[in-house]
Ligand binder design. Structure first.
Ligand code: GDP
Ligand code: MG
Length: 366
């Protein structure tokens, strides 16, 4: 899974190399600004991040906290529901709806779930054929109608069939474009209503598919869909073929809707659960080198006066500090003494002290 994440950032890493050819321990603020812009983080968001960095020397930890803060709303909790779990998949033509539906269906099937698909993009005959092809390949049932038929009726029939046959998951495709935008809005609103009529609470999740190669230009489009019917989660496709990996931060920040999965290829298995920590880690790996290894060698050379015991004690204490910082998602601002440090919360600009007491690190005054 981690390799997949790396793969999804290959092109973005190449782009970053244009402005930062060598990985380093720290970068200046100007360098970081250039790197983020090169990775296609939207200009306005880069400015916000820059305003929140107070240090001239930017370390991995500082940038990590700022990047994670842009995705503070990526947390998704599955709602309470009565089976089947109905998902409605929306997005513009070519975004990757049909492909992503087959990926989700494949994943659910692997989990031992009974899945049924609804070919709700009745606007194009090719769309119905494409989903049918995938359903056959994956050996999953599909409900479809002829081109031009009512897509709400397809949604209703799919859910109805799932209920009577005891299916776990229903995934419904939709059109990405109709004759006018108003037509599309009306159709999606109607499908939404009919789903709920077929099964109370459905759709249990409305997923917006965004084409990752469009970068930040997908944001306004996504806002339009959110206003039309309300989006519960986002899936970003085609990350394997784009240098715009940084736009994920702008998309998450602008929409404040959780990113659930990313698509990294055209095959059913090319879907990765989105984890912001792994994603940020992988991106930072392409920019920074780790400081620890060379530093330890130097310590052994320089600190000849210290006894081995002292070295061990110090290392242990530092490890505990690192662990505490990681667990609490804090950034170290300044280690004032062996037992006191000034830290910053990862997702806020609030500063505080931590101290080493009773053989462990904890917040001062707590
Ligand atoms: P729809 O119009 O929204 O249903 O989009 P499709 O599912 O038909 O996908 C449009 C094109 O994008 C197809 O050629 C897909 O194979 C391709 N595609 C979709 N997802 C991915 C992805 O994650 N990676 C790559 N490389 N191609 C993708
Ligand atoms: Mg389609």
């Amino acid at each position: 899974m981690l390799d997949f994440f790396k793969h999804s950032l290959d092109k973005t890493a190449e782009a970053i190399k244009h402005v930062a050819p060598k990985r380093k321990v720290t970068f200046t603020k100007d360098e970081i600004e250039e790197i983020l812009l090169e990775a296609d983080v939207e200009y306005a968001l880069v400015e916000i991040i820059m305003n929140e960095i107070y240090q001239e020397e930017v370390t991995r930890e500082i940038l990590e906290s700022k990047l994670l803060a842009t995705m503070a709303w990526t947390y998704y909790k599955k709602p309470e529901y009565k089976a089947p779990f109905v998902e409605l998949v929306v997005g513009v033509n070519g975004a990757g709806k049909t492909t992503t539906i087959s990926k989700l269906a494949y994943m659910y099937k692997q989990e031992g779930k009974k899945v049924i698909l609804g070919a709700g993009d009745t606007f194009r005959a090719a769309a119905i054929e494409q989903l049918t092809l995938w359903a056959n390949r994956l050996d999953i049932p599909i409900v479809s109608s002829k081109q031009g038929h009512d897509s709400s009726a397809v949604a209703y029939d799919t859910i109805d069939s799932a209920k009577s046959k005891g299916f776990d998951n229903v995934i419904i495709d939709t059109a990405g474009r109709l004759h006018t935008q108003t037509n599309l809005a009306n159709e999606l609103i109607k499908i939404n209503r009919i789903c709920n009529k077929a099964h109370e609470g459905a759709p249990n999740r409305t997923l917006l598919i965004i084409d990752g190669t469009q970068g930040n230009s997908a944001i306004s489009q996504a806002k339009a869909f959110n206003e039309m019917i309300g989006i519960d989660g986002i899936i970003i496709t085609k990350l394997d073929g784009t240098a715009k990996g940084g736009s994920i931060f702008s998309i998450a920040y602008a929409l404040q809707i959780p990113i659930l999965y990313v698509g990294v290829g055209e095959q059913p298995e090319n879907l990765i659960k989105f984890d912001k920590y792994s994603f940020v880690d992988k991106l930072l790996d392409t920019i920074f080198v780790q400081e620890e290894a060379p530093k330890k060698e130097k310590q052994i050379e320089d600190e000849t006066e210290e006894t081995p015991e002292m070295n061990v004690a110090k290392t242990q204490e530092t490890d505990e500090l690192t662990q505490f910082l990681r667990a609490e998602r804090l950034i170290l601002i300044n280690k004032v003494s062996d037992t006191k440090a000034f830290v910053n919360y990862a997702n806020t600009p609030v500063d505080t002290y931590i101290e080493y007491k009773n053989n462990k690190w904890s917040y001062a005054n707590s």
